[in-house]
Design a protein around this ligand. Structure first.
Ligand SMILES: CC(C)(COP(=O)(O)OP(=O)(O)OC[C@H]1O[C@@H](n2cnc3c(N)ncnc32)[C@H](O)[C@@H]1OP(=O)(O)O)[C@@H](O)C(=O)NCCC(=O)NCCS
Length: 167
């Protein structure tokens, strides 16, 4: 069954909090508090928060940001015309079934829809070897290690020509 996106709303906060307690989600993002009740109540133009549904059932979330315009400057000084993606699937039973690949393909399509966007970046924890393999299989290339706060991450990047060769 195909994955579809819809905009996340404040009504999704309890489900997102439930997913935040899943062991694999904690492991992939140990310290972050996404402050759902606050963040879902606002829609800044540099961000999309999208719930992925299969047959109308929510399975995961994708966040797409413009890292140069994101308010906390998490990515530091970055070029304009990039996008950064966060993704997770809530329940273990919904992972390793191809949904994440479908979600990323949909998300990349959205990221590259504006012609000005040159590349998409992503920052899994260096310890998250499954996610790193997943991104590389999708066509992301390794940029290198980078520390974000206390988190040792690996930055990966997909350039527009790579995406264009796949669609
Ligand atoms: C990372 C994540 C988003 C990937 O999504 P996913 O749905 O599990 O990914 P897919 O199912 O598309 O691909 C994962 C594996 O399942 C395999 N797979 C895909 N479809 C399959 C199917 N129908 N049957 C069996 N295996 C399948 C893929 O080949 C892939 O194998 P690999 O690990 O050897 O590369 C998801 O696992 C997740 O949310 N993990 C926890 C949080 C997390 O780590 N988020 C990323 C933070 S950077």
């Amino acid at each position: 069954m195909a994955v579809r996106f819809r905009a996340a709303t404040i009504a999704d906060a309890p489900l997102l909090r439930q997913w935040d307690d899943e062991p694999a989600v904690i492991e992939s993002d140990p310290k972050d508090d996404w402050d759902w009740e606050v963040e879902l109540a606002r829609t800044p133009d540099w961000r999309e928060q999208l719930i992925a549904e299969v047959g109308g059932r929510p399975i995961g979330i994708v966040q797409i940001i413009d890292p140069a315009r994101e308010e906390t400057h998490y990515w530091g000084t970055v070029a304009p015309d990039l996008r950064a993606i966060d993704i997770w699937i809530g329940a273990a039973s919904d992972r390793n079934r191809g949904y994440g690949t479908e979600m990323m393909c949909l998300a990349l399509g959205r990221c590259f829809a504006p012609p000005a966007v040159t590349a998409v970046i992503i920052d899994p924890l260096a310890s998250n070897v499954d996610a790193i393999r997943f991104y590389q299989r999708l066509g992301f290339s390794l940029v290198g290690p980078r520390r974000f706060g206390d988190d040792e991450c690996l930055v990966l990047r997909m350039e527009r020509p790579e995406w264009m060769s796949m669609v």
